[in-house]
Design a protein around this ligand. Structure first.
Ligand SMILES: C[S@@+](CC[C@H](N)C(=O)[O-])C[C@H]1O[C@@H](n2cnc3c(N)ncnc32)[C@H](O)[C@@H]1O
Length: 238
């Protein structure tokens, strides 16, 4: 069983990029289907590579490809070396829409608090992501979403918080399930659920006193906590 306390030194505003990703990732891994293999894993949208370190240490993965768009690969490589994980984690800078890997290369693709930025459009999963997973392999995603579409004052508050266009990135579990099933047809088995770690993941983000966390706390306190959600998606390529 993974010990999340070993990563507490990263629960700070210097490292967290939103609600605590370690909580989301730990739950995503804990609730995985029995036949998931991590041998060669892609951490898609790895940010500072913290999620890659957790995967490398806690799953027995042989290699973890730490792939991200906004964060420089050399910066992540420094952190990987500080943690003596350079034989296991490969840092790569790139765009999920144009990945440089061989088809059917990975046993698993894991994506935490990242997939919604690029994956809401039809065709992305089927054309840009799924081809890189082996048959029998999994894509596992944890990301923010909503329980239901906000209405009235809550809708105004939600749009103000997400600043217009970004509000389109937050979808319900049912929306993700329908998209994934449409993308995959008979090629995959799809399972989608709400995560349980909502309160602690947000609390640890607020406690970091990151300026965005302070803002988020204000908006969740006004009622957004009633509609926001975290969604877990498991897709097996059969
Ligand atoms: C909120 S951060 C989460 C990072 C990390 N997984 C974590 O949980 O700490 C979102 C990440 O998604 C990545 N991202 C967004 N669009 C991307 C794309 N098109 N290709 C690759 N990564 C992308 C960004 O670079 C960013 O680091």
């Amino acid at each position: 069983m993974s010990n999340i306390e070993n990563y507490r030194k990263y629960f700070t505003k210097e490292y967290l990029m939103g609600p605590n990703s370690f909580r989301l990732l730990e739950e995503l891994i804990r609730r995985r289907p029995d036949d998931v293999r991590f041998d060669r894993t892609l951490d898609l949208g790895c940010g500072y590579g913290l999620t890659s370190m957790f995967i490398a240490n806690e799953t027995g993965a042989g290699s973890v490809y730490a792939f991200d768009l906004w964060v420089d690969a050399s910066e992540n490589y420094s952190r990987i070396k500080e943690n003596n994980l350079e034989d296991k984690i490969i840092p790569i800078h790139g765009d999920a829409m144009d990945m440089p890997f061989a088809r059917e290369y990975f046993d698993s693709i894991v994506s935490v608090d990242s997939y919604h930025y690029f994956g809401c459009k039809e065709g992305v999963f089927a054309e840009k992501i799924l081809p890189f997973v082996k048959k029998g392999g999994y894509v596992m995603i944890a990301m923010p979403g909503i329980k239901e579409g906000p209405e009235g004052e809550l809708k105004e508050l939600f749009n103000e918080w997400a600043e217009g266009d970004d509000s389109q990135l937050f979808k319900t579990p049912a929306w993700w399930e329908a998209l994934m099933k449409k993308e995959c047809g008979d090629l995959c088995e799809v399972s989608v659920m709400e995560a349980d770690c909502f309160d602690i993941a947000w609390k640890e983000w607020f406690d970091s006193e990151h300026e965005f966390g302070i803002r988020d706390k204000e908006y969740l306190g006004k009622g957004l906590d009633r509609i926001l959600d975290f969604v877990l998606v498991y897709v097996k390529r059969v």
